[in-house]
Design a protein around this ligand. Structure first.
Ligand code: GLU
Length: 371
């Protein structure tokens, strides 16, 4: 039987799975059998030709068990210490669960700010893309030992959405302890209706998630809605699903209850809109050959650049104009203005000789460009 989840996930090329602590860790110990079943699901998605990224919580829950810390809310530094102890185990658990499927894993620790700083954003994106290109499944968590904000329940929902947005994923699945959004808190109101699909996050939808101050009471639904908004804006559909059962993704595909937040556009056009709307930090003037190449969907190489204007940093948005002054494209540039000035007109193979270090071959990568 075709289900909505099977339609949406079936059509996806890039899938992000976000796994909550409560699913992965029980009384300080890892739920190994369950994790193995998730690894089976990841292998199934990969066998269908999809790229998969996992955003996993659980480092603090695992670490505090190892350290024998008392129950209840931990002081920040103890939570961060627990994360450091738990993360090493968490990463190993994924590695051990996926290796029997012949799948390599990588540990990637990010902070929520990484996607706000453009330079770090570009680096993170390039590294994740490289890992996916090498057929690796990145296992991502917040870098809790350096995070400056308090670690909040639900941060990884937003981190999952930011990763999905940054990598241009089509689908984000939150495997959590709730099977979706209800018209009221189902723990309090037995009459609450389950919503299988949400097209737009309206005031009414927000009110169903409860107040910010009582987010815990509705199972962290507020942060899940924040995550959904980030995902939708990036052209990525998001599901809130209950991941407790074995093979939770297979379960979804065969019709397990969940709430889908549908994106109106696709990730690539959402990204182009996002780039186009930015405040431009400079101009790169290119020759006719480069303008033609860009229109054919190629990246901008330093060889085609005639002039560089403005004082921009790496990752800043720039206008790309023809020598006649026509706007050809807008894009995020991979070099600073100073570097771009040094390598303009230079063949990619000679970049290192000019700069004294290796940079990226493209000045503006085609994925970071809106024509
Ligand atoms: N990063 C935290 C951990 O791994 C979890 C944060 C969250 O659950 O949202 O323990």
């Amino acid at each position: 039987m075709a289900t909505l989840s099977a339609d949406i996930i079936g059509a996806a090329k890039v899938v992000v799975l976000k796994i909550g602590s409560a699913l992965l860790v029980e009384q300080g110990a890892l739920r190994e059998v369950w994790l193995k079943s998730v690894a089976d699901d990841v292998a199934m998605l990969k066998a269908e030709g999809k790229q998969v990224l996992v955003v996993s919580s659980g480092s603090i829950a695992l670490g505090r068990g190892v350290l024998g810390l008392a129950a209840g809310v931990l002081p920040l530094e103890q939570a961060q210490a627990s994360a450091a102890v738990g993360q090493i185990r968490l990463a190993r658990a994924y590695q051990e669960a996926l290796q029997p499927h012949g799948i390599e894993t990588a540990q990637v620790l990010l902070t929520l700010e990484d996607s706000q700083d453009r330079r770090r954003y570009l680096n993170t994106r390039a590294t994740l893309n490289a890992l996916l290109g090498l057929d690796v499944v990145p296992i991502i968590n917040e870098n809790d030992t350096v995070a400056t904000d308090e670690i909040r329940y639900g941060d990884n929902d937003r981190l999952g959405a930011q990763v999905a947005s940054l990598i241009g994923a089509d689908v984000l699945v939150l495997l959590s302890d709730v099977d979706g959004l209800y018209s009221a808190n189902p723990r309090i109101d037995p009459e609450a209706d389950h919503l299988p699909e949400v097209q737009k996050i309206t005031r009414e939808i927000e009110s169903m998630a409860g107040d910010a101050g009582t987010s815990g009471a509705s199972g962290g639904m507020r942060t899940k809605l924040m995550a959904a908004q980030i995902a939708i804006n990036a052209g990525c559909a998001m599901a809130i699903s209950k991941g407790e059962r074995m093979h939770p993704v297979k379960g979804l595909l065969s019709g397990d209850r969940c709430t889908w937040f549908r994106a109106s556009g696709d990730p690539s056009s959402a990204r182009k809109r996002w780039i186009s709307a930015m405040k431009m930090a400079g101009v790169v003037v290119i020759d006719t050959g480069a303008a033609r190449a860009l229109r054919e969907g190629k990246s901008l190489l330093p060889a085609g650049v005639r002039a560089v204007e403005g004082d921009f940093g790496r990752g800043d948005p720039v206008e790309i104009r023809s020598v006649e002054g026509d706007l050809v494209a807008k894009g995020l540039i991979g070099y600073t203005a100073e570097e771009a000035g040094k390598i303009m007109g230079v063949k990619s193979a000679d970049i290192e000789a000019r700069l004294g270090y290796t940079g990226r071959s493209a000045l503006v990568h085609r994925d970071d460009m809106a024509i």
